[in-house]
Design a protein around this ligand. Structure first.
Ligand SMILES: [Zn+2]
Ligand SMILES: [Zn+2]
Length: 156
């Protein structure tokens, strides 16, 4: 049901807009709704394509600005990757990190209590106060590694 989908997130966004004296426009609602329907790590263009299926009149700038508002409201987080940002849902999500395929752009999430514990230990040793971290681990995914042309590329 569309109405129940992400209702809490919609309320949070409405409250954020009101607090910052921003208009609650229908365009923003459509963009948020499309964003909430995807569990993926979306580029601005990914989201733009989804939005434009319903509303071809909504442009890229509006989508981008709305994503930045969602980020400011705590509903989206941005992965700043080489050349292209991706946005994912962040509301009440557990911390996680990412493997990123440099060939096809596929993104895999992981979380490891062990890695988290180790970095806390190392930080404590340095007297460093961690405020946050993002692990982006780059490489080649299984599917791309299995493609024959990869082997040819490596052989060059
Ligand atoms: Zn890949
Ligand atoms: Zn993620």
């Amino acid at each position: 049901m569309a109405s129940a989908l992400g209702r809490e997130e919609k309320d949070v966004f409405a409250a954020y807009l009101a607090k910052n004296r921003l208009k609650r426009s229908e365009q923003r609602e459509v963009i948020l709704d499309s964003f909430l329907r995807s569990a993926r790590h979306l580029s601005v263009d990914d989201l733009l394509h989804m939005v434009q299926k319903k509303r071809p009149d909504i442009g890229r700038t509006t989508v981008y600005r709305t994503l930045k508002l969602l980020q400011a409201a705590g509903l989206a987080s941005e992965l700043a990757l080489d050349g292209q940002s991706r946005f994912e849902r962040d509301w009440k999500r557990q911390h996680h990190d990412h493997f990123i395929c440099k060939s096809c752009g596929a993104i895999f999430e992981f979380s490891s209590p062990e890695i988290e514990r180790l970095q806390d230990e190392i930080a404590a040793g340095l007297g460093f106060l961690i405020e946050g971290h993002r692990h982006h681990i780059f490489g080649i995914c299984r599917r791309c590694a299995a493609r024959p042309h990869r082997a040819a590329l490596r052989a060059r």
